[in-house]
Ligand binder design. Structure first.
Ligand code: SF4
Ligand code: SF4
Length: 401
């Protein structure tokens, strides 16, 4: 694709990056076949190719309008299109840049600004999010069913072993996960303990993904620098890896090196942190998991989050591990499609998110599983809101075996 970027962006880092990505696109349209929003809405402007055209227009100095922004807002950032694209177009980076430019050029409605501001003000801070969640949970029994579904039931954490081991790894606690599903990281710690690894939760807060996906770049970088400062002493003491139990966070922490590449103070450490970051499946696939073999098979439908299969390109890793341990994985049609959670998307685009969730649950439940397993807190909470089948993080299954 030929490009002629406008003066306002041409000679900037973002402009150069966007231009290199745009030039790879050959308009073939293969990506439209796997784009969830194009499948649902049937509008070329809600497909990757259409959005690439829209972003190109704006970056070349064309008018940026609320309609352009609406089509970018409807994108799930699922990166399914990246997996499909034969030309290696890094759509995820392009849409991040496109959204930031649109954010500067188009004024959002007051309601939109309020919603996005509220999400950024509450979600990344556990001391703000947890009291609100507990309030909702206290009233949950008397809420009408449609509202009740939106408030997850309160869950408790199991034990977190503190045994000393020769090997130590860090784990990202995250922002909403400890309040919504506190046993996920504790389950990971119990599994690691049985493998002779001490799992340390050194960090308590957001990885920066919430701000990053809401186009608040500086705020996201603030969270990233804070996490690097917290983790660095442990890295210097020999922590082997920084483990992610939420694939959405993992996809962003692995980008720290890139996102902070121009920060003279943090660039080197950010690159090292990114290199040490592993999804929990990447750690466990290299360990001897014999102690976790199932005595009695369990039927499991696995939902690989987009941030795992498309963002981190780890498709099939968890499935192979569960299969090897004796879990009976049920067939799931269209496993590449997003469930509609997509970070804050389910709150900002509830109509599309609900349709995607219902399609996904139908696919997941078509094989009559006893449990649905996934790898990201957003998908887990989103799916559980509309099914009686238990939805768990897959490491919780291992911890219970
Ligand atoms: S598949 Fe890749 S090259 Fe083809 S239109 Fe989509 S982004 Fe462009
Ligand atoms: S990221 Fe997902 S929703 Fe967005 S254009 Fe690509 S496939 Fe479509």
């Amino acid at each position: 694709m030929q490009t002629h970027l406008a003066d306002f962006i041409r000679d900037t880092d973002k402009g150069r990056e966007a231009e290199a990505i745009l030039r790879k696109c050959v308009h073939c349209g293969f990506c439209t076949a796997t784009c969830p929003t194009y499948q649902l809405l049937g509008d070329e402007l809600d497909s990757p190719r259409g959005r690439i055209y829209l972003m190109k227009q704006v970056l070349e100095g064309g008018e940026a309008t609320a309609i352009t922004q609406r089509h970018l807002d409807r994108c799930l950032s699922c990166r399914n299109c990246e997996t499909t694209c034969p030309s290696g177009v890094q759509y995820g980076r392009l849409v991040d840049i496109g959204r930031e430019v649109l954010e500067e050029k188009v004024e959002r409605s007051a309601l939109d600004r309020f919603m996005r501001g509220a999400l950024r003000t509450v979600l990344p801070y556990r001391n703000r999010f947890t009291p609100l969640l507990r309030l909702g949970q206290a009233f949950r029994p008397i809420l009408p069913p449609p509202l009740k579904r939106t408030v997850p039931a309160r869950l408790r954490a199991g034990t977190w072993p503190e045994n000393a081991h020769g090997r130590t790894m860090l784990v990202l606690q995250g922002c909403v996960q400890p309040s919504l599903a506190p046993d996920i990281n504790a389950a990971a710690a119990r599994v690691f303990d049985r493998l002779g690894i001490r799992l340390v939760a050194a960090q308590d807060g957001c990885c920066g993904a919430v701000s990053h996906h809401l186009s608040a770049g500086d705020e996201a970088l603030h969270f990233m620098r804070r996490n690097i400062d917290t983790w660095w002493p442990y890295v210097e003491q020999g922590a082997e890896a920084i483990v992610m139990t939420a694939s959405g966070c993992g996809a962003v922490v692995k980008e720290y090196g890139h996102l902070l590449r121009d920060d003279a103070t943090y660039a080197e450490r950010a690159a090292r942190i990114a290199a040490l970051t592993r999804d929990i499946s990447e750690v466990l696939r290299d360990e001897d998991l014999t102690p976790f073999r199932l005595a009695k098979p369990q039927r499991v439908a696995f939902h690989p989050p987009c941030t795992l299969q498309h963002g981190q390109k780890l498709h099939g890793v968890v499935e192979a591990m569960l299969h090897g341990l004796g879990y009976q994985l049920t067939a799931v049609p269209d496993v590449h499609l997003c469930c509609g959670s997509a970070g804050t998307y389910s709150i900002l685009q509830p109509g599309i998110a609900t349709r995607l969730k219902r399609n996904k649950l139908q696919a997941l439940e078509s094989g009559a599983p006893e449990v649905i397993a996934t790898a990201n807190i957003g998908c887990l909470t989103h799916l559980q809101s509309e099914t009686e089948t238990p939805v768990k993080h897959w490491v919780e299954l291992l911890a219970a075996s």
